[in-house]
Each structure stands twice: as C-alpha cells, then as structure tokens.
Design a protein around this ligand. Structure first.
Ligand code: NAP
Length: 244
C-alpha cells in the first residue's frame, strides 16, 4: 500500500512513535526515525523495521532545535530520498500546577511538542508542495482539547498543534497534501506508567482501559494512506470515549 513511500517519524525510538514506525513499515513504507533517545534504542527500532523488509535509518535529532532538524532532513534526503509522510509524534511532559510551573517547564514543553512540529513541517512543506502529494499527521492529545489541571504547558502545546494542523491543511490542500491531527486519551507507554490519579482517570474512560500504542499506530497508518485522501484539517480523538 505504501510501497516506495518514505515516512519520517519523530520520537520513533520507543513508545507510540515506534509502534507508528512499525505499522507504516508493515504497510510498505521506508522509515526515518528522528529522536533524542539512546543510539541503542535507535538501533533496536531500526532492526525491528528492517526485519519487515523495509529500509530504516535512525537520526539523532532534537526536534525543538531548528538547525538540528534541518540537518536531519538534509541527511534523510541523501540516504532515503524525498519524504511522503511526516508524523510529528515526539513529545514530553513537565507536569505541575501552574503555580509551581517554572518558565523552563513551559518553554521546554512548547519547544518540543509545538515548535518541534513547526520545525519538521518547515522542512517537509516545500518537498510535499513540489511533489504535489503528502501526508502530515500530528500527535495532539485530548489534553489539548479539554485542558487538564497540572498540564498548562502540555495542554497549550497540544492545542497549538491543532491550530498548526488546520492552518497547514488549508495552505497545502491545493497541492494535494493533507494534514491531520490525532488526539489520544491515555496510551500505555512509559509516559503513563505511573502518575497521580491514574485510577480516577481509568474510571473516567468509558471503555475502562488505556489504548495500546498499536491502536494509535493503526489510525495514523490510515491517515497516511491513499484511502484517507479526502480527510484534511481533522482532529480525530482516540480516547476510549473519554472526551465525548
Ligand atoms: P514516550 O514513551 O515518552 O516517547 C517519546 C519519544 O520521543 C522518546 O523516544 C523520546 O526520547 C522522544 N523525544 C523526546 N524529546 C524529543 C526531542 N526533543 N526530539 C526528538 N525526540 C524526542 O512518549 P509516548 O507516550 O510514546 O508519546 C508519544 C506522543 O503521543 C507524544 O507527543 C505524547 O504527547 C502523545 N500522547 C501520549 C499519550 C499517552 O498516554 N502516552 C496520550 C496522548 C498523547 P527519550 O527516550 O530520550 O525520552
């Protein structure tokens, strides 16, 4: 289905990003992973993707750093070719009530979660514009739609992603490029292993469980596919009914 396509997945060394990379590879895409994680984690992800018969490369890249992203995209172009699919998944949390939240807690979360997506889209935009095709999928969160006590920085970054998504969708629609966001609720990853109030949140989820990363990956793969060509500027909740 995605044979010959090149996909860039940020934060792809582990968690949801790795599940997305594997699912896109299963669908036939070659994969570039951008991450700040350890080289061992990068190599492990690359070998899992390669075992599926696809080309894969790991790039050490801090998405919040414009020049680091620019250099990584340059390298990806040389190594794999011009990208077709961009998944902005890299994200961090620095949760605290706003009263205790430090300026650097706010700046770092906005820097990775929101500016990181701007930085990669800035690189992908001209490539997709010239190709007259492309898929951009940004990972937001229900926290960006509902707000969440203790997450002023995170919620703002994830709400910002929605505005960015809709704007890019409008700017690139004439070039046959779609841009959508997904808004997961809770997903079982290292980010949600343990946190205060976990039981309470579980009770607030109508489906009474967290999502598996693979379930998020299936939605991203659909949005990245040819079949999703008439969906753009959309925000799709995948939250077990939590935010309905
Ligand atoms: P995760 O397990 O913490 O993995 C995040 C990945 O991103 C890690 O590999 C991390 O590297 C990498 N990363 C962090 N900062 C980066 C940077 N500056 N540049 C490049 N890569 C960076 O997170 P996850 O749970 O898979 O979440 C993935 C995305 O889904 C995030 O955007 C998150 O906000 C969103 N989301 C998650 C949930 C959830 O319940 N888990 C719910 C809604 C939305 P390190 O290994 O060095 O940390």
């Amino acid at each position: 289905m995605m044979e010959g396509k090149i996909a860039v997945v940020t934060g792809g060394f582990r968690g949801i990003g790795k599940a997305i990379a594997l699912e896109l590879a299963r669908n036939g895409a070659d994969i570039a992973l951008l991450d700040v994680g350890s080289s061992e984690a990068g190599e492990a992800a690359v070998s899992e993707i390669s075992a599926l018969g696809r080309r894969a490369k790991a790039y050490s890249c801090d998405v919040s750093d414009f020049s680091s992203v620019e250099a990584a995209f340059q390298k990806i172009g040389e190594d794999l070719g011009k990208l077709d699919i961009l998944v902005n998944n890299a994200g961090i949390t620095r949760d605290k009530l706003l009263l205790a939240m430090k300026e650097e807690d706010f700046d770092s979360v906005i820097g990775v979660n929101l500016k990181g997506a701007f930085n990669t889209i800035k690189q992908a935009y001209p490539i997709m514009m010239r190709k007259r095709s492309g898929r951009i999928i940004n990972v937001s969160s229900v926290s960006g739609m509902m707000g969440n006590a203790g997450q002023a920085n995170y919620s703002a970054s994830k709400a910002g992603i929605i505005g960015l998504t809709k704007t890019v969708a409008k700017e690139l629609a004439g070039r046959n490029v779609t841009c959508n966001a997904i808004a997961p609720g809770f997903v079982s990853t290292d980010m949600t292993v343990d946190f205060e109030g976990k039981e309470e949140f579980l009770n607030a989820i109508p489906l009474k469980r967290f999502a598996k990363p693979e379930e998020i990956a299936k939605l991203v793969a659909f949005l990245a596919s040819e079949d999703a060509g008439y969906i753009t500027g959309e925000v799709i909740r995948i939250d077990g009914g939590m935010a309905m």
